[in-house]
Design a protein around this ligand. Sequence first.
Ligand code: GTR
Length: 399
Amino acid sequence: MKRLSLTWVARGCAIACLVLVQGTAANPEPKDVPPLMKTSKGADVTTVEQWEKTRAPELLDTFTKQEYGHRVVERPPELSFETAEPDAVMMDGKALRKRIRVCYGGKYGKGSFVFTAFIPRQEKPAPAFVLICNRPAAANIDPTRKVKSGFWPAEEIVARGYAAIAFWNGDIAPDWNTGNREGVFACFEQPGARKSTALWGTLSAWAWGASRVLDWIETEPLLDAKHVAVVGHSRGGKTALVAGVYDKRFAMACSNCSGCSGAKLNHIDLPKSEHIAPIVKNFPYWFCQNYFMHANLDDKLPFDQHQFIALIAPRLVCVASATKDAWAGPPGEWWAAKLASPAWELYGKKGLAADSFPAPDTPQQDGCISYHIRTGIHNLTPYDWNRYMDFADKHGWRE
Ligand code: GTR
């Protein structure tokens, strides 16, 4: 009897220690996370100057070469905007719809895509949300509004005083494996096999498309180009972070259920979540080829997604998860947001101002990083949109 109880005491201690070290199964904690505020030479980063001159550039270089790839073009010299359809007053007179064709050309070809903007009819230039739509366009971003989808609740966005702008990712580059030879790639890269393993994948290409929409926004007096958020869900949510990191003109990036290679930290044990091996097997074309060598090394990666999110500081970031979306790894998404926060602190701001993973449907929005976990499945819903707009309101976007 005595021996038995001692065994149980020992077991209890062991479990308690494990919980302390690793967190509970429901609330796992990260392990061996690569440092954010230490340069590759081991110096502590304590000032904005060190961050901006040394640490942020070296992190950006790492993510460019190891994960998302190097863009062969940013804003191309040959870029123009055409009216794709005459402007129309819609939504019971509440919105002006513009349909714009972005035309671009490179050394090897020309391309174009059309996006839709619903602009609230108001006195002041409107702040805007640009959706990178990764779902079928006709069913989700219908410019006629005959088909309405919660994925892009344009009427609600306009009613809250924001312009609702959307484009379809497939118009920039196809979401299947063409060896990155079609879409925008084909205009700017020499046809044939790629010579470098560090060239951009489609996540970066789609984010490039969002930046071209922003180029137009800057020309449109009805819009407030200083207050533009980029939004995406899942692969689009990964893309929204890429857009926010590579284009500092975006004042906010909203990464909805983005998971692996988006907002999810890799240095955390979430067995049901997506890891690098399956993502690079199923979607090799999303990344640069150098990313493939990190398959099965998630917890040994010398870099991690909190460092990527940190590159958006001191601008605004929203990270969101859903309770039934284990594949995206919600605790990993929360932890990446949390561990990115010291970058905001350098600027005298707060990142994610919360100490623990929240209960469902209780947004954490006190700092410059917003986090919420919605009850429900992997999706982008009006609930998520309203939290993003709450956050923009909170930061004075409509004042
Ligand atoms: C999944 C993929 C995820 C996520 C998702 C989506 O198949 O594994 O990384 O991006 O697709 O985009 O819906």
